[in-house]
Design a protein around this ligand. Sequence first.
Ligand code: MG
Length: 282
Amino acid sequence: MLRRMSHHLTVRHATASHVGLVHGHNEDSCYAGVRLLAVADGVGGEVAGEVASGLVIDALRGLDGNRPGDAVAALRDAVHAGNDGLREAVRTDPALAGMATTLTALLLDDAGAALAHAGDSRAYRLRDGELSQLTRDDTYVQHLVEEGHVQPEDVHRHPQRSLVTRVLQGGTGPAGPADDGVRRVDTAPGDRYLLCSDGLPDAAAAADIEATLREAAEPDDCAARLIELALAGGGPDNVTVVVADLAGPAGPARQARRLPVLVALVAVALLALGTVGYLTVR
Ligand code: MG
């Protein structure tokens, strides 16, 4: 059966999330499907953090089933709906006041992808063995790095590293419609994407994250190993990862290599059964 395959869909994806070794509950939420990848890291008192991240992920979830004409417009609308949802939830239940969430989301369309970003979760792309960070942390410390006051290698031990300057919080201010942080990014067959909450880069060395993305053959194994890295680094925060591979040269090539192995195995099995004389194995 011949099947038309678009390289703008993820062929393999995996998510993993761990509460970490310090906090009592997990305020991260995530999603991975054929078109949509998303991570949100909520903050707020009691359960409000997980309510915030869950509401925003739920607002995006429906994007995965539809083929968007323009991913930027579709993602932008969904981010605004999520942001409005936070405001509505607080109006209904004032105990949720002050809740907020980061959001990093990638939505694939036929021309590439749209990337939404607010806060200190991150998106990375591995292409041809090279890893690039697609997002810029919306943090006070990142600002200090760009001003030359802090060296990038000192960020993970800066006392104010978790001070986030831009999040979704139901408002119409910096993270509202005036600046929703949605932009277009290009995609290529064979790309691997990682979306993660700050619990990963805060606890694991950049070189170890990069090596894991390069070496793990399958997203589920990669995701599990990234969680292990964060826990080995002390698991100071909730850690959530989404790993996704786009269809590309690696897919069909891998299958092509598997075929001769399969033929050989069948031949060996038939020989063992003594029935090979009745069949021709090409
Ligand atoms: Mg976090």
